[in-house]
Write a protein that binds this ligand. Sequence first.
Ligand code: ADE
Length: 251
Amino acid sequence: MRLDVVTIFPEYLEPLNVSLVGKARANGLLDVRVHDLRGWAHDRHHTVDDTPYGGGPGMVMKAGPWGEALDWVLGSGTPDHEPVLVVPTPSGVPFTQELAVRLSRCSWLVFAPARYEGIDRRVVEEYRDRLGAERVLEVSIGDYVLAGGEAPVLVMAEAVARLLPGVLGNAESHRDDSFAPGPMADLLEGPVYTKPPQWRGRAVPEVLVSGHHGRIARWRRDEALRRTADHRPDLIRRCDPAALDRHDRET
Ligand code: ADE
């Protein structure tokens, strides 16, 4: 997968060099290219923002530099890569595991993280017309407002990269993730334990050392249900009890 980021803070994206994403790059599974938006701002101060039409607080990112930057990045592709432009914004569609899976199947993602009050609207309109509406996604990582879209890019890049074939050592390891597709889809993952069996007088739940796979699967599902009821009662309502029973029988 190719992943481009256009930003006024290229150094903010340095975490893409470490850990899982860094390893995926080193292994040739991910081709990450970070571009400085100011390279497409031609005045002496490399200005990328201006005051909003209609008044109001804050600044708006100018269409000019964004248009030139995105034209250049999108023009640097090869015919086998169709780009999807992702614009992080608190007013976008929610970033979910389902969307992460969808993005992980794309061969080329171009991220356009904004600062200030956002990017001049005409930029999204322009690329919706050029690429097609389904190839330009405005995405929110949660109902809170950050200072810019760079942290959301890091979040989305990691969620997508770990789904790419060959990135996680064990392909099974995201099967039971919270929100992974399947009968447990709407349940949060339960607690996990490792050695030693006793720590500060606290024992590992007996069932986990019983070697009884059926009982372990049942316990994990009960814990997942308990945690979901505690933390996300909204998710319990989406749960299908019959599918959970089938999952129990098949495990
Ligand atoms: N930019 C600022 N806040 C954001 C959020 N919650 N999601 C995506 N982009 C953002």
